[in-house]
Design a protein around this ligand. Sequence first.
Ligand SMILES: [Mg+2]
Length: 105
Amino acid sequence: MELNEYQRQAMRTKGDEKEPLVIAALGLSGETGEVNDHIKKYLGHGHKLDKTYITKELGDILWYIAYMADTLDISLEDIAKANIEKLAKRYPDGFSKERSLNRKD
Ligand SMILES: [Mg+2]
């Protein structure tokens, strides 16, 4: 699925909140917390790692990213392109610990 197509379909289910940026930010944080809690239980409490659960929660994170982007009139494809461009400048030959330690941006 293309990112903009995902965004279009996902936004069929957005509400009409008065403060969509706040709702998007809180939702993003909350869904990230759900993933983090699952990882904590896996690493700290000996629970089984449930990839199906993580897949669903990462989808929730993606939904809130799409919601925030939609609120700001930014496409997911533009976000993805900007991120890849940033990474290409930062790590032109792939990740390097040396470049990471000596980053200037
Ligand atoms: Mg969730």
